[in-house]
Design a protein around this ligand. Sequence first.
Ligand code: ZN
Length: 287
Amino acid sequence: MRGAGQQLTRDEVDWRQLPASSVTQATRVPGIQNQRCNRCLAVMTRANRLPSGAWYCQECLTLGRVTDHTELFRFPKRTERIGDGQLTWQGDLTADQARVSQELIATFDERRDRLLWAVTGAGKTEMLFPLLAHALAKQAQIAIVSPRVDVILELAPRLQQAFVNTPIAILYGGQHEVIESSLVLATTHQLLRFYHAFDLVIVDEVDAFPYATVPMLDRAVHQASVGPIIYLTATPSNAMLRAVQHQKLAVSYLARRFHQFPLPKPQVKLISTGLPTRAHYKMIEKC
Ligand SMILES: [Zn+2]
């Protein structure tokens, strides 16, 4: 069904494309209810009051205004797979990559959130391929999201080449028409247009702006998901590391790049520059 798993305002629904039956299946909720936005879960304050007395949400305004007069249509999630879900990528994983890949599959089966902490160049995307094939084989609906649109645009052709016979919906500002797909590649903002839609959400570059500083985006990820969430980063936040420490978040760690050499440790050497001032020392990073 077109629109499956989506949460849309009346204006955003493509009424020409939707069969009447799917409209009747949609749950309708007010945009703002009990002083909380139903699209982004922001709590309303006096600043959210219009002169007319109506409430409107400022936090998710970039996706269009939601007020207490707005009606949100929440369409039931898709349960069948679109496309064959077969992995057509022919490459090989290194032993470390294969270990991490198996850990990701286990985390999906156990429905547990996981942090994939891997250095830049570790081959994170390739490590995801077996997980995606495994989840698609189980009819899972999957979203891969990033706060950065350039990451989405770079990932799109690689993902499509790896799953040639599986349609992929690519969504970002200005491009948010959802084709029928079990694999959605989107900016995190676009998840505000989904509700309980995905059995697996993968958040790439979770440390990147604005995800790290805009709590709405984390709420969007959780609201769009009914399954585990996998976070990918080379530089996890302290909050994430604390969650790992308290065993609220499983972790896979990969310090090697795909060429198998471990990341060099920077060495700090103090040397005299011969200057008679405070600029006596110079740090040399050996990378
Ligand atoms: Zn909102």
